[in-house]
Ligand binder design. Structure first.
Ligand code: NAD
Length: 279
């Protein structure tokens, strides 16, 4: 039987509407600064989408588009200015940065209270111990999608493919917080297919088109596809071979229209949270 598609567009619209209503109800004045360095086209698209979401939610967005040759000092200076700016509740530095800039150093300079991506070591540490204000947007968005489908993670075999700091590792942690039995796979994992076939909940965050095939998926599994890739036809696609896996899974997220829109919706939620913890 074909899987039910978890509609990330619909769930994200609901989250953004809740954020909008909260801002209106509580009369909040919320601001998000988005910093983009250079002219990476994908980053440009993400930044524009973030600006649009801010408009929908009633969050003021301040964009800082810096040239690719911006020095680290200049970028850190801007972060300092934004840290001190009372109108700015959240600071997001769009990654990846040009090669000559040290991403870790830049992230560490953002005030943890304004770190709406939750990439700062202080926030990552809080996530580890389960006492956090912000959750990283993409894994939090995946959890929201899982919840929206009425799936209880507790006691389930969860397999995450990918161990990046941005997606794989925090994703594993959030599943663990909800009492999943979690395995993290990566490029050195042996028998990946066998490990994946154990999963009741399979999260793919690899960055390779059509990487997850039906023979890697257990009948009735929930499949969350984080990947954003270009297929051979030039079209946007995930890590999961959707046509065949959707015949086997019970629930599946599409690309586009799955995790992607959720990431932005969770960013909006984090920005309001930032406002609350700062006031
Ligand atoms: P990354 O390159 O940092 O990490 C990829 C991970 O995949 C690594 O941990 C690596 O060990 C693992 N991997 C690579 N080859 C493998 C193999 N053969 N077998 C098993 N594991 C393997 O990427 P990332 O930043 O975590 O992003 C992953 C994907 O998610 C990308 O397509 C990215 O564009 C996408 N992404 C989407 C969103 C969103 O909002 N939907 C947000 C962030 C990232």
């Amino acid at each position: 039987m074909a899987a039910q598609i978890i509609d990330g567009k619909a769930v994200s619209a609901k989250v953004k509407e809740e954020v909008r209503q909260q801002i209106e109800r509580e009369g909040l004045d919320v601001g998000l600064a988005v910093v983009i360095v250079g002219d990476d086209p994908a980053s440009r698209v993400y930044v524009n989408n973030k600006k649009k979401a801010c408009e929908v939610c009633g969050i003021k967005s301040y964009e800082y588009a810096l040239p690719a040759e911006t020095t680290e000092e200049e970028l850190l200076e801007l972060v300092d200015t934004l840290n001190a700016d009372k109108n700015v509740n959240g600071i997001l530095v769009q990654l990846p940065l040009p090669k000559h800039l040290n991403e870790e150093k830049v992230i560490e300079r953002i005030s943890p209270m304004k770190d709406v991506d939750a990439f700062h070591a202080a926030n990552v540490g809080k996530i580890m111990i389960g006492n956090y204000a912000f959750l990283p947007c993409t894994p939090a968005g995946c959890m929201e999608l899982i919840h929206s489908a009425g799936i209880d993670v507790s006691g389930k075999e969860c397999v995450v493919i990918g161990r990046s700091n941005i997606v794989g590792k925090p994703m594993a942690m959030l599943l663990l917080h909800e009492n999943g039995t979690v395995t993290v796979c990566h490029s050195r994992t042996k028998d990946l297919k066998e490990v994946c076939r154990r999963a009741d909940i399979l999260v793919a965050a690899v960055g390779r088109a059509n990487f997850v095939t039906a023979d890697m998926v257990k009948d009735g599994a929930v499949v969350i596809d984080v990947g954003i890739n270009r297929g051979e036809d030039g079209k946007l696609c995930g890590d999961v071979k959707f046509d065949e896996v959707s015949e086997k899974a019970s629930f599946i997220t599409p690309v586009p229209g799955g995790v992607g829109p959720m990431t932005i919706a969770m960013l909006m939620k984090n920005t309001v949270m930032a406002k609350k913890i700062q006031s």
